[in-house]
Design a protein around this ligand. Structure first.
Ligand code: GLA
Length: 420
């Protein structure tokens, strides 16, 4: 049995703070980002297929356009660190490494646009990027204009090599510089990640400045990394969840589905929890060579429709049990709700969880329609508060459901955080 320890908010009163007013990221952005999988591989002589070069992004764009990614909603093809030359040009502008990007970024953007996709680029608020390439400090207007001239659509702005006290000012100035170009450039920040070691960031200011923001450490291709991100989110939800909404999103970092480190159940957990968290869905894997099951999971339209729900309300962990079950719930539009039952126990076999123990289950008063989305899609039919419905959840896996109340008058209900 769960014990209610605190009441958080009545869902009808939910309204996020003012978002960055650039008309972008009304839903969590979706796309592909090179970092986790390809890192700073600049060795095109011996590893031409995996090095950071224009070829890599062109090939990813080809696959995204051809193999269902674009139709599923993945739109941005994003460059991360290690793309530029170590020197700015004579006018002080960033330039792409000429050997690895012989056509330059403008041509690459044209190519990506010709596939009906958008191009993202990477820079840093400080003196250098994290991998030691030139940073934008002192060049915000020049760099914003350069990216606009190249017709770039997204900027990931890192926070290395910067005095933490100047982080806010730097991120705000770049936001203004981007706006001044007149081009719509989605602004993905890492401001809070670099401020947390010193003080609690001001999420109202962050939401007014950025379209998404990283809060916590880089994701690795491992279950311990994905787990630590969900645990951090859980521990800080009261600070970060209210900041999210159309126009600005908490970014728990890339999806590492389709790589080497996660079992299929763990991949399902990452996908389900990232959808509940209203996280940007930026995949970092090799789309040219991905196992069909991972591809199917990443393109699962039922999960994507939870992620992209138009209400744009981030979900949260609503219940924790001592036996390592967690329930994560997200309020969706039309009074619907997504419920993820996450089995954190890494020993034994599948375990059953009674849905009556999920706090949001009370919307099934008098009854609701329940659909299981993961691990297999299945209609569980009409359920009531009294129905003894239970689901099976694999070790380190997640069973994901959508719940639609059936009643003439929708009842307001309290979201509660519960623990054993
Ligand atoms: C930081 C960021 C990562 C990635 C690397 C690149 O660690 O958090 O996401 O961009 O820098 O160097």
């Amino acid at each position: 049995m769960f014990r209610v320890v605190c009441l958080l908010a009545v869902m009808a009163l939910w309204s996020p703070a003012e978002a960055l007013d650039n008309g972008l990221a009304l839903l969590p952005p979706m796309g592909w980002l090179h970092w986790e999988r390809f890192m700073c591989n600049t060795d095109c002589d011996t590893d031409p297929d995996n090095c950071i070069s224009e070829r890599l992004y062109m090939q990813m764009a080809d696959v995204m356009a051809k193999e269902g990614w674009k139709e599923a909603g993945y739109q941005y093809v994003c460059i991360d660190d290690c793309w530029p030359s170590h020197q700015r040009d004579a006018q002080g502008r960033l330039q792409a490494d000429p050997k690895r990007f012989p056509g330059g970024i403008k041509k690459l953007a044209d190519y990506v646009h010709s596939k009906g996709l958008k191009l993202g680029i990477y820079a840093d608020v400080g003196k250098n990027t994290c991998a030691g390439y030139p940073g934008s400090l002192g060049y915000y207007e020049t760099d914003a204009q350069t990216f606009a001239d190249w017709e770039v659509d997204l900027l990931k702005f890192d926070g290395c090599y910067m005095d933490w006290k100047l982080l806010g000012e730097g991120y705000i100035n770049m936001s203004k510089a981007l706006n001044k170009t007149g081009r719509s450039i989605l602004y993905s920040c890492e401001w809070p990640l670099y401020e947390w070691p010193f003080q609690q960031p001001n999420y109202t200011a962050i939401r007014e400045t950025c379209n998404s923001w990283r809060n916590y450490a880089d994701v690795y291709d491992s279950w311990s990394s994905v787990k630590s991100i969900t645990a951090w989110t859980n521990d800080h939800e009261e600070v970060i969840v209210p900041a999210a909404g159309p126009g600005g999103w908490n970014d728990p970092d890339m999806l590492v589905i389709g790589n080497f480190g996660l079992s299929h159940d763990q991949q399902e957990s990452q996908m389900a929890l990232w959808a509940i968290m209203a996280a940007p869905l930026l995949v970092s894997n090799d789309l040219r060579d991905i196992c069909p099951r991972s591809k199917e999971l990443l393109q699962n339209r039922h999960i994507i429709s939870i992620s992209q729900d138009p209400l744009g309300q981030q979900g949260r962990c609503t219940a924790k049990r001592k036996d390592s079950f967690e329930v994560w719930e997200r309020t969706l539009s039309k009074n619907r709700q997504a419920v993820a039952v996450f089995n954190k126990q890494e020993i034994g076999g599948p375990r059953r969880f009674s849905l009556a123990e999920a706090p949001g289950w009370r919307i099934c008063d008098p009854q609701c329609n329940v659909t299981q989305v993961l691990p297999q899609y299945k209609e569980l039919g009409v359920q009531t508060l009294q129905t003894k419905t239970s689901v099976s959840v694999n070790p380190s896996g997640t069973t994901l459901l959508t719940v639609t109340p059936i009643s003439r008058d929708f009842k307001l209900y309290w979201r509660s955080k519960t623990t054993l």
